[in-house]
Design a protein around this ligand. Sequence first.
Ligand SMILES: [Zn+2]
Length: 261
Amino acid sequence: MPFTDPFYLLAIALFVGANILFLRSIWLLFYFPKADARAMDRFYRQHSLYYSKLDDRLKKRFLQRAYSFTKSLKIVGRMGAEVTLPVKLMVVAAMVQITFGFQQYFLKKFRTVFVYPDSFRNPHTGNVHDGEVHPGGLISFSLKKLLKGFDDPYDAVNLGLHEMAHALMHTILTSNSSMVNLKAVLNDVLAIAKVEMEKINSGGVHIFRSYAGANASEFFAVAVEHFFENPKNLQNELPDLYSKLAVLLNQDPVHNNYCIQ
Ligand SMILES: [Zn+2]
């Protein structure tokens, strides 16, 4: 069959496109200007407790990943929100943190981020949100709430981590068979969610805020917020959930281990 056949042309175009993205991400990991690295290091030491706890080797890995995300993600200001470098760095900080234990980036589908000044209305549903994840590959944030989430690193409320948890859960559940192990662990987490959501919705005292009882997806997102910002209490109250999340994310914040294997 000749190579001018539309099928071959499409296959070649897809192959080249996929590899350009791959080569670009590799290039961004190596091409990392020292001045940018120093500025980002200063910024994250001030604004990310998670970053400040990493050892030098992992700090370098965090910066490389954050730099790569700032170059490859499309971060768009909406309703007058200004996308400055600090805003970009805070957006990608949550993305780097939740995927830090993985050898490869899992959130490849989510390449566009909308940043609004504050809570925003979804034009299709009419609902007002602080953050939203669209399965088509879009994540939206209220800038005010995103920054507030990092202001207090111990209150277990972090919009950035919350929305990234939704994106991660969607990615694992809709992925192909290469994530079969992660799917199995996530299903264990969701089994725990079922039991705990009943306790939350029955009005008893619970480590999680009541919003975690809304559905399994919100439970998972709130659990990830606690995992990073309230890990010791989470481990004491719900040890099985803590250990499953540690396996899933390949991180153990209680022991300051942010890349287990
Ligand atoms: Zn949510």
